[in-house]
Ligand binder design. Structure first.
Ligand code: 13P
Ligand code: SF4
Length: 394
């Protein structure tokens, strides 16, 4: 593992998909303010071993008061300290089921920490070690723009429309879904949630990931002609009234830049090179990639499927590289590699460097809560309505 300064130089200048070159911070001059979150300079100077020791020591001191949750995309240096690892659905369930832990340190991204805060008990505090660990897909659906879209849509479709938000969205959008009889979904239950929603309404507005929405719609038997894409930059999302009236699924034009790197051509090459190989991808990939793959599912599904496969199996995987590399290390009897040769981590998940975790935990030991993620009460109430609907559907 590298120090935080070395790590940011490498990460922020090598990943072509996320436009990071433009935003790369002046690494040498301000090593402690990397990735938008400032921490005391001593943490930037600690060696990997020192960071490990200090995290372990704080974890031991906090004992059962502390619960560390780690998303599958977190780096190994973080995952080794997680009490639980999982996809966003499983981690939300863990957060809701451990009321005895006073502090939930969420090693993932901001929308996941918000959901943990909403689902946990009121006395629990949720902490995100680096507040700048967001999600570029969630940022593609600003609350005001979605509310404007809803108003515009209601002028054409005054009834029979239900909002469904992917977990990768702000708490405010989850609350909006709660208020308007909708629900949240994750990649592990999108099919069940959309089936539920179509039982209640003729049409669904799905945001922010058009690909998860489209892939799920196709699984439910919808045709591409039954779907419309809502581009927030265009009047009426770029649709005529007739197109919107015809559509059963209206897809917000958002995407994940990590998953858009995977292509049908990469799948073809993997199959040529390794006859009999299985291809497994995340449903945030494009429709072409999901259709050419053998299977698709959430990070937990990918993890379980590969782990439970027989020795000697071969897997080409279309998801974030930290998870793929970990699966490869943990399953030495299988061939496992990433479909994309230019491997690209989720740059925001990557912002949870051990230096931030050490800093957050040592503050807790000292009785100081830093980086608490706290959702406004009214927003939390309605977001919980939507999250509870999801939990009861699945
Ligand atoms: P999962 O719910 O499958 O973990 O997905 C979250 C995510 O952000 C994938 O990019
Ligand atoms: Fe967001 Fe994509 Fe990162 Fe998932 S992989 S957290 S969707 S940016």
């Amino acid at each position: 593992m590298k120090t935080i300064a070395e790590d940011a130089v490498i990460k922020e200048t090598t990943c072509p998909s996320q436009g990071l070159q433009e935003t790369a911070p002046p690494v040498v001059q301000t090593p402690v303010g990397l990735w938008g979150q400032t921490i005391p300079v001593e943490y930037a100077r600690l060696s990997p071993d020192e960071l490990d020791a200090r995290i372990a020591s704080s974890e031991a001191k906090l004992g059962t008061r502390l619960l560390i949750l780690g998303h599958h995309y977190q780096r190994d240096e973080i995952i080794r300290f997680a009490d639980y690892r999982g996809d966003s659905f499983k981690l939300a369930q863990y957060a809701a089921s451990r009321p005895e832990a006073e502090f939930i340190v969420f090693c993932g991204v901001h929308f996941m920490a918000e959901s943990a805060d909403i689902l946990s008990a009121s006395n629990q505090k949720v902490i995100l070690p680096n507040m700048s660990a967001g999600c570029s897909m969630a940022d593609m659906a600003p609350t005001e723009e979605v509310l404007d879209c809803w108003e515009d849509l209601r002028t054409v479709l005054p009834t029979g429309l239900l909002p469904i938000t992917y977990m990768n969205s702000t708490a405010a959008l989850k609350a909006f879904c709660g208020r308007y009889d909708g629900s949240v979904c994750t990649s592990s239950n999108a099919k069940a949630v959309l089936t539920w929603a179509f039982g209640k309404a003729e049409r669904i507005l799905f945001f922010p990931d058009q690909h998860l929405g489209r892939n799920t719609g196709l699984k439910l038997g919808l045709k591409l002609e039954d779907m419309a894409v809502w581009d927030p930059q265009l009047p009426m999302g770029g649709n005529s009234k007739e197109q919107l009236k015809r559509a059963r699924l209206i897809l917000w034009k958002g995407h994940c830049s990590v998953h858009l790197r995977f292509t049908a051509e990469q799948i073809k090459r993997a199959r040529e090179r390794y006859p009999g190989i299985k291809v497994i991808v995340h449903p945030e990939c494009t429709m072409e990639v999901v259709q050419d793959a053998d299977m698709d599912g959430s990070t937990e599904f990918i993890s379980k499927t590969i782990t439970q496969s027989p020795a000697g199996s071969k897997w080409a995987v279309g998801t974030e590289i930290n998870l793929v590399n970990r699966l490869s290390k943990e399953n030495p009897d299988k061939t496992i590699f990433c479909l994309d040769p230019i491997v690209c981590p989720c740059s925001t998940m990557y912002r949870i460097h051990p230096a931030y975790l050490a800093w957050a935990l040592e503050n807790l030991v000292a009785g100081v809560v830093v980086n608490q993620v706290s959702v406004d009460k009214e927003v939390a109430h309605w977001a919980r309505v939507a999250l509870d609907r999801m939990l009861s559907i699945t």
